[in-house]
Write a protein that binds this ligand. Structure first.
Ligand SMILES: *Cc1c(COP(=O)(O)O)cnc(C)c1O
Length: 494
């Protein structure tokens, strides 16, 4: 029983059960009270998949190393552009850690390639024979990465709901052309919140009315609150560290600062995990866009979601409630009563204040900054002109905040900037950053960006416009439950 709810120490679970359940029964997140210490130098001597095996076994002790090795192989073999999965690229004085070389060109591929393996293995460990039906609402990137990860994984099926008209044309094309016999994509009339609320209502209706009992199917989610989605992200902090040693930018044992473009706080929390496991992590720098709720929180300890919501050119960070922050509050305080009180206050009043002692710990570990759309585009242009490196909008936010950080803290360690998406996923804003007007639809703009820069388009994004559309369903939010039940009763989808 290595895991417990962040809100109640008596709600315990093994790692496999935590992966299978996703969320603790009281709404808390499954966490370890303290992470084990790893032989981090031994881990750094391995290749990326070896690192993943060691780190994931330490974080998910339900699995033996042998089992984990097999799961890691199945998750990653042949799926990424490079063997090291997440290459590091020197850009000026800094290093960019490219997390977007996976099957959908989004950093979520790293975790969502691994989660299906962890989930099916956890199902077996827990003696569950039901098929697992994943339900996910997406604002664009998660849905595609989740489908690609679960595509044809035995014992699983996945239904993705996206807001009709609410995702970019490229994101839509990526999803509706998805192959696989166990995947299903459906548009919902309304915005992302409608789709998300609809999914939550399906979960609660199914569980309170036992709508799927005896049907051999069990619902689950691929959301980033699942520890099985968080744990695989720890690996690339180690990988980047190894690459910095290899490039002579640091000596073994030196500290490294990581700058992370942040939304739901999963990516940066994985950096905190790496530090707890023993890696010499210096500061973790939290980079936000105009939705700077975390900047204020890390500065003042006041979390306040009662503020305007901005739609920015870095949409994957347009988030006002960062779910994974709850795990950090728990791990830093060890106080489930405190976490429960703060989270209840957040849901009731939309705000809370962290106690001073906690704030002090946050200040030792983190630095924070934000960057608006103008600053984002400016950074894209500058990085291209100065270093010939093309970055996406989310990475540009991190780049800008990294420069703020270095100016404010001259004693900083060597800086790694996490790059979370291919520039071709947000081509119009990137092209504007380079000082060009975008013409035509998003596919034309991709072509225009390639012509301007000569940077190759990732294979999964080329020829997208011509690919066969396999998913055409569009429904109202009120129809989502019936849709799921109908799909669950069908033996074959294709
Ligand atoms: C999801 C996402 C982020 C934010 O990561 P979190 O783990 O939610 O903080 C940043 N950039 C891109 C491109 C993303 O898809």
């Amino acid at each position: 029983m290595d895991y417990q709810s962040t809100r109640d120490a008596s709600l315990r679970a093994g790692a496999a059960e935590a992966v299978l359940n996703g969320l603790a029964p009281d709404g808390g997140l499954y966490s370890m009270a303290a992470l084990p210490k790893l032989d981090w130098q031994g881990v750094l001597a391995l290749d990326t998949r070896g690192m993943a095996t060691e780190i994931l076994t330490a974080l998910l002790p339900s699995f033996s190393k042998e089992e984990m090795r097999g799961l890691v192989e199945r998750a990653y073999a042949g799926k990424f552009e490079t063997e090291d999965l997440t290459p590091s690229v020197p850009v000026g004085d800094d290093t960019v850690l490219e997390l977007f070389r996976g099957p959908t060109s989004a950093f979520k591929d790293v975790a969502l390639s691994m989660l299906p393996q962890l989930m099916t293995a956890s199902r077996e460990k827990c003696g569950v024979t039901d098929e697992i039906l994943i339900l996910t609402a997406t604002s664009g990137d998660t849905g595609k990465a989740a489908m690609e990860g679960f595509c044809d994984v035995p014992g699983t099926r996945i239904i993705v709901f996206y807001p009709d008209g609410g995702v970019s044309p490229v994101q839509k094309a990526q999803m509706v052309t998805q192959a696989g016999r166990n995947v299903c994509v459906c548009a919902v009339r309304g915005n992302f919140d409608d789709a998300q609320t609809g999914v939550k209502q399906v979960f609660s209706a199914v569980s309170s009315e036992n709508l799927l009992s005896g049907k051999g199917i069990r619902l689950s989610s691929a959301n980033s609150i699942n520890i099985g989605r968080l744990a695989p992200q720890v690996v690339y902090y180690f990988r980047a560290y190894k690459d910095l040693v290899g490039a002579g930018r640091i000596q073994m044992g030196d500290k490294v600062d990581y700058v992370v473009p942040t939304g739901n706080f999963g990516d940066i929390l994985a950096g905190y995990f790496a530090r707890e496991l023993g890696l010499p992590v210096g500061r973790l720098v939290c980079a936000s866009n105009a939705n700077n709720v975390l900047t204020e929180f890390l500065e003042t300890g006041r979390y306040d979601r009662n503020r305007p919501f901005y739609k920015t050119v870095s949409p994957s960070m347009d988030i006002l409630v960062s779910s994974n922050l709850e795990r950090l509050l728990f791990m830093l305080s060890g106080d489930t009563a405190l976490v429960k009180r703060l989270m209840e206050q957040l849901s009731r009043e939309g705000c809370y204040q962290a106690p001073d002692e906690l704030l002090q710990k946050l200040h030792e570990l983190f630095w924070q900054g934000c960057c608006d759309d103008a600053g984002t585009k400016n950074a894209i242009g500058m990085v291209w002109r100065e270093y010939g490196y093309l970055c996406d909008t989310h990475t540009a936010v991190a780049w800008d905040v990294a420069q703020q950080y270095k100016a404010a803290c001259p004693e900083h360690a060597p800086v790694v900037i996490l790059s979370t998406a291919s520039p071709y996923k947000f081509p119009a804003a990137v092209l504007e950053g380079l000082g060009h007007g975008a013409k035509g639809d998003e596919f034309d703009v991709m072509e225009q960006l390639r012509n301007e820069t000569g940077v190759p388009v990732p294979r999964n994004l080329t020829g997208l416009r011509e690919r066969e559309v396999r998913h055409r369903d569009v429904i109202d939010r009120e129809q989502m439950l019936d849709y799921v039940l109908k799909k669950a009763s069908q033996k074959e989808w294709f």
